[in-house]
Write a protein that binds this ligand. Structure first.
Ligand SMILES: Cc1cc2nc3c(=O)[nH]c(=O)nc-3n(C[C@H](O)[C@H](O)[C@H](O)COP(=O)(O)O)c2cc1C
Ligand SMILES: CC(C)CC(=O)C(=O)O
Length: 361
């Protein structure tokens, strides 16, 4: 882990209400998937290339019509005002200042138009994507999509790894169920069927199918990224359905505790997709070399969840900036050490399993 991230996490742990710390930090079940996400990166190593004449690095990557200044994005995480009074406004400013994509969540404690407004006040072309869970009622989905479109979001991130809510033992033990008074999931306010002026609960439904995704896509011109895919067949189906990108993820180990680490699932997905749409990854990315391994194995970019929350809790907007700049600097350094000039220079033949005999292909 990058030392700055360790320091910020420590500070966040000291600052946050322990119940909220556990909510952010925790995973499902025995937290095998949570631990496995980072462990899987540690089991992989890089074969640097040499004498490549790779001066003047450029870390930027194209993504669904946007361009990120580096291949490290902000993953959608809920309830930022539990971490810092400004909440998602601070995160949005920091992501915009870093020139990277913010995936803002349906479970944001600041309404999405205020989030995009904060980002665009820093950078006029700041890219903000809206993450949503498909809701069983079509009119609720439409209202959420319109809200994201009106706010100027440039893509939708549809999370599909949550047919039911994961069992978070820390939250069960702590009795953490609701946001404290004064905080709410503001994007869920004033939705069809909800209490006037109040918020609806976010529903998770195992009944959702590709039909629901088709209905969503028929309702919007925004590109759609499917978040939470681990199986190559699902990746194939998603591409056949016309989705614009995939985010390989196990929800930071918060849903299925037996889920494979995203970095283990990535090669299968990349092979299934065959370059037809960009593949992104999140889960356990904690250093520039983790970023490099994911990119070498075919990811266009990665996203980070908890590190951003720790930055936010430790030092608000400045803390999130520190996190993103630490990733930029560390990835830039690793790319240089690997003989790369641009992210796409990293190739799959540069990744080996630690402890395994063999030679590079
Ligand atoms: C506190 C917390 C809240 C999250 N909330 C959401 C959410 O509302 N929607 C979603 O799609 N993913 C959510 N995630 C999952 C993240 O988008 C992402 O997949 C995960 O955090 C990546 O793993 P990392 O934390 O190891 O970087 C959440 C993760 C955390 C830690
Ligand atoms: C509000 C929740 C649905 C947020 C979430 O996805 C999570 O805590 O992992």
């Amino acid at each position: 882990m990058i030392p700055v991230l360790e320091r910020l996490e420590r500070r966040a742990r000291e600052t946050l209400d322990p119940v909220h710390y556990d909510y952010f930090a925790g995973g499902a079940g025995r937290e095998v998937a949570l631990a496995g996400n980072e462990a899987a990166f540690r089991s992989l190593a890089l074969l640097p290339r040499v004498l490549r004449g790779a001066e003047s690095r450029d870390l930027s990557v194209p993504l669904l019509g946007d361009r990120a200044s580096m291949p490290v994005l902000v993953a959608p995480t809920a309830f930022h005002r539990l971490a810092c009074p400004e909440g998602e406004l601070a995160t949005a400013r920091a992501a915009a200042a870093a020139g990277t994509v913010l995936m803002t969540g349906m479970a944001s404690t600041v309404e999405v138009s205020a989030v995009t407004g904060a980002a665009r006040a820093v950078r006029a072309d700041a890219a903000v994507w809206f993450q949503l869970y498909l809701q069983p009622e079509p009119e609720v989905v439409t209202a959420l999509v319109r809200r994201a479109e009106r706010a100027g979001c440039t893509a939708l991130v549809v999370t599909v790894d949550s047919p039911v809510f994961g069992r978070r033992r820390r939250d069960e033990r702590n009795g953490f169920r609701d946001l404290p008074p004064g905080l709410a999931a503001e994007n869920m306010r004033d939705l069809p069927g909800g209490p006037p002026g109040g918020t609806r609960d976010i529903a998770m439904s195992p009944a959702l199918s590709w039909d629901d995704l088709r209905r969503l896509r028929a309702r919007t011109r925004l590109p759609v990224l499917l978040k939470g895919v681990l199986h190559p067949e699902d990746a194939r189906s998603a591409v056949a359905e016309g989705v614009d990108g995939l985010l390989v993820s196990n929800h930071g180990g918060r849903q299925l505790d037996a889920a494979a680490a995203p970095i283990e699932a990535l090669p299968g997905i990349v092979a299934a997709v065959g370059g037809r749409v960009p593949v992104l990854l999140d889960g356990g990315v904690r250093s520039g070399s983790d970023v490099a391994v994911a990119l070498a194995l075919g990811a266009r970019a990665v996203a980070v969840g908890r590190p951003v929350v720790w930055g936010l809790a430790a030092d608000g907007e400045a803390g999130v900036r520190s996190v993103l700049e630490a990733f930029r600097e560390d990835f830039d350094h690793v790319l240089a050490l690997c003989g790369g000039r641009v992210p796409a220079d990293l190739a799959a033949d540069q990744v080996v399993r630690r402890g395994a005999w063999g030679v590079a292909r």
